[in-house]
Design a protein around this ligand. Structure first.
Ligand code: GDP
Length: 195
């Protein structure tokens, strides 16, 4: 698909604040600082659309973006930021679990993991949980430009093994710097929102 328009719609904490209507949705999940805002901006080819920052854990709301007037991309708040107190982790869990379990229009989730690191326990938990609930998921390995080609291939293997991906499960190396993986990821998203 070609992205012709992308705009911020609204931020939400609870279901009553989600946009009304029947538009299909695809959500982005991953730990803080994994490169979620950068991926979203690159996907939409809009630099300032999602905020990027070096301050992990700053985006604590569910942000909805309308793409081509046809579907929503949903930026879920990042997890796993060590300095966040337990009470805040709990409100994160409620917010994200609430979204993922109740949103009828949700068609799939892009789980972002850093291509340079083995997925964390929280990544594993999230991926397993999505699988368990039957929510279609694709893994995007971010910041792929930071690794030389051979290291990236090795890393992809480690990520696939750690998350127990099977042959049919997709993992897309992605770079917000170079645009690597953009077309592939858009294709997966298009399949979800059109299917
Ligand atoms: P978020 O917290 O998950 O939204 O992460 P950000 O998008 O704010 O990115 C965190 C940091 O990683 C920022 O300094 C980005 O510039 C950097 N970053 C994100 N994606 C890439 C990428 O594809 N390549 C490189 N080299 N840096 C990236």
């Amino acid at each position: 698909i070609k992205v012709t328009s992308a705009q911020f719609v609204t931020s939400a904490v609870k279901a009553a604040d989600y946009p009304a209507g029947e538009l299909p949705e695809v959500a982005l999940a991953g730990r803080s600082n994994v490169g979620k805002s950068s991926l979203l901006n690159r996907l939409m080819n809009r630099r300032g659309l999602a905020r990027t920052s070096n301050t992990p854990g700053r985006t604590r709301l569910i942000n909805f973006f309308l793409v081509n007037g046809l579907f929503h991309l949903v930026d879920l708040p990042g997890y796993g930021y060590a300095k966040v107190p337990a009470s805040e982790r709990e409100s994160w869990r409620k917010m994200v679990e609430g979204y993922l379990t109740t949103r009828k229009t949700l068609k799939g989730v892009v789980l972002l993991v850093d291509s340079r690191h083995q997925p964390s326990a929280l990544d594993l938990q999230m991926y397993g949980w999505l699988k368990h609930r039957g929510i279609p998921a694709v893994v995007a390995a971010t910041k792929a430009d930071k690794l030389p080609r051979m290291r990236l291939l090795q890393s992809v293997k480690v990520i696939r093994a750690t998350l127990s991906l099977t042959e049919g499960d997709r993992l897309i190396p992605f770079s917000a710097e170079t645009g690597l993986g953009r077309e592939d990821l858009l294709e997966v998203i298009a399949g979800w929102v059109n299917g």
